[in-house]
Write a new protein. Structure first.
Length: 117
C-alpha cells in the first residue's frame, strides 16, 4: 500500500508547485495516487511525475514543454538511488510564463525539497 512520505509547496511568480513524495509497491498505485490528486486539485494545470520500482520507471511532463518536468524529477530519483518512490508535482499556473529554464528549476527545486523533508 502506498504511503505519503512528505509534501512541499513552492511559489514563484504566482505559480504554485505542490510536490508529493510517496513510497509505492507497484505501478497500479501510481494511477490511484494521480486520480486522488486530480480530484483534490481540480483547478491545477499540470501533474508531471516520475517513479521508479526496481527496473520499471516512468516519467511524464504532463503537457509542460518537453524535458522541463518529468526528466528532472526522474534524474533526482536516479541520482539519490530512490527505489519504490513516486514524486508528483502539481502545478497551478499563475498567469506568468516562467520560460523553460525557470520552469525546470522550479520543478527541480520542488522535488529536491520534498525528498529532504
Amino acid at each position: 500500500m502506498y504511503k505519503l512520505i512528505s509534501n512541499y509547496v513552492y511559489e514563484i511568480k504566482k505559480s504554485k508547485f505542490i510536490a508529493y513524495y510517496y513510497e509505492i509497491d507497484n505501478k497500479d498505485e501510481v494511477q490511484s495516487i494521480l486520480d486522488e490528486l486530480k480530484k483534490e486539485h481540480k483547478k491545477a494545470n499540470h501533474f508531471p511525475y516520475a517513479y521508479k520500482i526496481g527496473p520499471i520507471a516512468k516519467k511524464t511532463d504532463d503537457k509542460e514543454p518537453g524535458g522541463t518536468a518529468g526528466m528532472p524529477i526522474y534524474n533526482l530519483l536516479e541520482t539519490h538511488h530512490l527505489n519504490n518512490k513516486l514524486i508528483v508535482v502539481v502545478r497551478y499556473f499563475g498567469g506568468t510564463k516562467l520560460g523553460a529554464g525557470l520552469l525546470t528549476r522550479s520543478y527541480l527545486k520542488s522535488a529536491i525539497e520534498v525528498i529532504k523533508e
